[in-house]
Design a protein around this ligand. Sequence first.
Ligand code: ATR
Length: 282
Amino acid sequence: MSNVLVDGETEVYGIIGYPVRHSKSPQFQTAAFQALGINAVYLPFQVRPEDLQKAINGIKALSIKGINVTVPHKEEVIKYLDEISEEVEYIGACNTIKNIDGYLQGFNTDAYGFIEGLKELTPDFADKEFLVIGAGGASRAVVYGLIKSGVQKIILANRTVKKAEEIVSDFKKLNRFIEEIIEVIPLNQIENHLKEVDIIVNTTSIGLKDEDPPLFDYSKIEKRHIIVDIIYKKTKLLQAAEEKGCLYQDGLPMLLYQGAKAFEIWTGQRAPIEVMREILSK
Ligand code: ATR
């Protein structure tokens, strides 16, 4: 890779989060700019929750062209934006900001990222039945993407049932048949529904730590199940999927495609997917 040439015209992009050190975005976004010969850098900015508003003002004052937003700011940041996309409205979280001369547009590219990743795993997913585990921001992005893609059956399992029910009521405007499409169940009922579903998606943080308990009895997974865990590593769920011979995917494709979409929003150019994938796979 060539050296980054920074000069007086270099545009600045970045990511705000707390913590942000673990983020893979600076590497793959910078590689994408370089691959297309765009004079820009992408930097990590660690922003404490109490400093979020100041950071947003800083984006405007410093003419930072685009920002990704990660935990814990994705929801809080919305109130500082001038305009939000339909995705942000439904998902309730923003991961991408475009700064047009101080006017901040908010986007959520996670739903797109999830769906593009899923297409790589199983292109004919739309007529399948889904089990989605979790009802936080990540789940909302996944469910939004599935509904927009025409999926007709989603079993939505969460420890706190009320949070899953809120997704159903918040998505009523998106699809008037939502109550028929989404069936909410408590986490401890998952095993009773495994026979019905084809694709299982974990959107919770369970599995991130090796000592995390399983979400359900993974010995009940069948070879025909297709399994996605949006965590960026081979979790116990994915290990079980592998042992059963299932088709499975971790969170890297979603990360890749959400980043690619952010890049396209900022630059108006097609993202160099393979360059970005190569960096992520290291
Ligand atoms: P994100 O934005 O990444 O989705 P979040 O909004 O905090 O994060 O949501 C976390 C999800 O993981 C929720 O579905 C949460 O379940 P609850 O709604 O019941 O809190 C789930 N989760 C986190 N810790 C959990 C645990 N120990 N057991 C079961 N589910 C858990």
